[in-house]
Ligand binder design. Structure first.
Ligand SMILES: [Zn+2]
Length: 189
């Protein structure tokens, strides 16, 4: 079985509380484009993420989350001067901090800046077909034009709410010359 490999550009998830500070008390996220994972969307709203050396404008992905989280590449983190450990989404305790500036207000987060650990979303049926379980770490073979690779440390995440898709960041995507129709396949070494 193979699955689509999608590149996640730098983005921000916001809590309801922070959305109100950044965009105003009655602010809501405006869906612009649906993402492959059901219910998730790219919003029209953008914020400036500020580090010690610079800043980057980033889109907010909706819906709102329990905690604000900034997902960037290692290249981004170095260029704007923020600390960003490799973490699974939601695992932000002790991660990097930054300032986030919106059109109405700004916030300072003490943690929440991460480099997202690469992962494969699978439905229970997809996981069964692959013979893998939730949280399992796997290798994924990626055949590209000139930069094929087998990537380890890939976390499997299983939920009936998911679509089958692998997510990598822009550094990983560039390193393997990923294209928009790239397919991945779990392999055992
Ligand atoms: Zn994902």
């Amino acid at each position: 079985m193979s699955f689509i490999v999608e590149t996640s550009a730098r983005h921000v998830h916001v809590s309801k509380e922070h959305l109100a500070i950044l965009f105003g008390a009655d602010a809501k996220l405006t869906p612009k484009k649906d993402l492959s994972q059901p219910g998730q969307f790219l919003s029209e709203e953008k914020v400036e993420v500020v580090g010690s050396k610079g800043s980057l404008k980033m889109s907010i992905l909706g819906p709102e989350r329990n905690a604000t989280q900034v997902e960037i590449s290692a290249t981004d983190a170095r260029s704007i001067g923020v600390v960003a450990p490799i973490r699974e989404s939601g695992d932000i305790a002790g991660s990097g901090g930054c300032k986030v500036v919106g059109p109405v207000g700004e916030i300072e987060i003490k943690e929440g800046v991460i480099i997202a650990k690469r992962h494969v979303h699978l439905t229970p049926e997809g996981a069964e077909a692959e013979g893998v379980k939730d949280k399992e770490i796997v290798w994924v073979k990626l055949i590209t034009d000139g930069r094929s690779a087998i990537l380890g440390d890939t976390v499997v995440r299983v939920s009936p709410a998911f679509g089958n898709a692998m997510h990598i960041d822009t550094d990983e995507s560039n390193a393997i010359s990923a294209t928009s129709n790239l397919q991945g396949e779990i392999v055992r070494l």
